[in-house]
Design a protein. Structure first.
Length: 483
């Protein structure tokens, strides 16, 4: 009898234990299913091996290339003749680097729904250049930075379905609507500064109007990519303006064809405080500070075209930018006049910025389902033309030119303000085996500079004297493992 009771108790304990194990396994399976259904984790490990033929304006450990620096001679031709020391361009120095700064991780969140509202989101981060030093004398560790973080809400028309009528609302940080369509290139700059490149906080609405048309509207703020001004690049100018940047655009899409048309409007206040002036527009002797109502408003329209069929794709984008430095393009603005109340009037630069990228290629060699192989050829071409300022610049000396010291005081241009035009040509080979990619890219970037020492033309803000070309040759090898 006692033995039977003992056996019964042992069986009961084992049953409870087995039930608990089954419950744990069921919970694990449910959690795994939930994660798989709603969360998609992704990322890559990427390395760049980069050679440059001369010093260039660049960021992110010199991987993000803008343009080559202008010539910097150690002496004039007359001084070289007198000294007997050869005249040299000190910026004609080649460099090589190997960095893994752009490794990335992210997660897409989808599949949540309450009544007729769909919820989703994204969080994306990568490693960035938290390096110290100047020039190429850099050291330190990379730091993790936020790239994108937003939530989405979506509503379908119950009668027409999401293909014909749908509204999506995005709140958070993601690509600027004018920068979202990037070119096909392995370079970190993704075609900049020939096109917009910016991720920024925003509230964006996409409304699908029938099968082929989408209306997009957005209100945006500034964080990493900011406007230029008297205090350098800063988000303070939009903060004091109390006016968000605004975008409105239309997209037309049918099968492999896509066209976007849109315009971006930005209104900022470069200064909040100035100096009281006398009747000659000269600051009073005791320099009394006063609040000023400075403001500049710019508008930049653009067009984007894309066509894909089979192994071929072509993309092109063109923007007529006023200022544009807050979208990582070459541009800025200057003072056009000084007003009796101490405020400034401003005029923006205007520039045409365009690029085109062509991709062709498909499967090569023996195919295995787990390790597909693909060889692609990519060609990128970009062109930017600086038309100068919309109005004449303030000319304190009344001599028709703005010298270098005056340029620094009255002209806010983040990079080379003596650039007239530039082009880039970049052929690339990209080989993919499963999740591994190997890319080889040659990039030639050439800039038409004016002589910065001779200042700018006050009528149009251009450096139009001593024009000359400066070219950088970049060769870049990329390795990338996607997961």
């Amino acid at each position: 009898m006692k033995r039977s009771i003992l056996i019964y108790i042992l069986c009961a304990v084992c049953s409870v234990a087995f039930a608990q194990e089954e419950s744990k396994e069921a919970k694990k399976a449910a959690i795994k299913s939930h994660l798989k259904q709603h969360y998609q984790f992704y990322g890559f490990i990427r390395n760049y091996f980069t050679f440059d033929s001369r010093e260039s304006m660049s960021g992110t450990g010199d991987l993000y290339n803008y343009q080559p620096y202008d010539v910097l001679y150690n002496q004039t031709e007359e001084e070289a003749a007198a000294s007997g020391v050869p005249r040299q361009d000190l910026n004609a120095l080649s460099t090589f680097r190997y960095l893994s700064l752009t490794t990335r991780v992210g997660v897409n969140i989808t599949g949540y729904k309450w009544r007729n509202t769909e919820f989703g989101g994204k969080i994306e981060a990568d490693f960035y250049a938290a390096l110290t030093g100047t020039g190429h004398k850099l050291n330190g560790d990379a730091q993790l930075r936020l790239r994108q973080a937003y939530l989405t809400l979506g509503w379908d028309s119950l009668k027409m379905g999401k293909e014909y009528a749908r509204v999506d609302l995005l709140l958070g940080q993601t690509w600027h609507p004018m920068a979202a369509d990037l070119c096909d290139a392995i370079a970190l700059n993704s075609g900049a500064p020939f096109g917009p490149f910016s991720r920024t906080p925003q509230v964006k609405m996409d409304a699908r109007l029938g099968k082929y048309v989408t209306l997009t509207g957005a209100l945006l703020w500034q964080m990493k990519y900011t406007s230029q001004g008297p205090n350098g690049a800063s988000a303070e100018y939009i903060a004091y303006s109390k006016t968000p940047e605004a975008y409105l655009g239309l997209s037309f899409h049918d099968k492999g064809f896509l066209m976007r048309l849109g315009a971006d409007v930005l209104s900022i206040k470069p200064r909040q405080v100035g100096l009281a002036l006398d009747e000659n527009l000269v600051p009073l002797q005791n320099q009394i500070s006063v609040k000023v109502s400075d403001r500049i408003t710019t508008a930049s329209p653009f067009i984007y075209l894309q066509y894909k069929k089979g192994e071929f794709s072509i993309k092109a984008k063109s923007i007529l930018a006023e200022a544009g430095e807050h979208m990582n393009m070459n541009g800025g603005y200057g003072v056009s006049s000084i007003n009796p109340d101490g405020s400034y009037s401003y005029t923006p630069t205007r520039s045409s910025n365009s690029w085109i990228s062509i991709v062709y290629g498909g499967k090569v060699g023996a195919q295995e389902s787990k390790h597909p192989q693909k060889l692609q050829g990519i060609l990128f071409a970009g062109y930017a033309h600086n038309f100068g300022t919309k109005q004449a610049l303030y000319d304190p000396n009344k001599n028709g030119r703005i010298d270098a010291d005056e340029v620094k005081k009255y002209y806010f241009y983040p990079r080379a303000n003596n650039m007239n035009r530039m082009f880039r040509l970049s052929p690339t080979l990209l080989y993919t085996v499963g999740k591994f990619q190997l890319g080889l890219e040659y990039e030639i970037t050439s800039v038409h500079y004016g002589d910065a020492a001779q200042g700018l033309n006050a009528n149009n803000g251009l450096a139009d004297l001593g024009l000359h070309w400066v070219t950088n040759h970049r060769v870049q090898l990329m390795t990338k493992f996607n997961f």
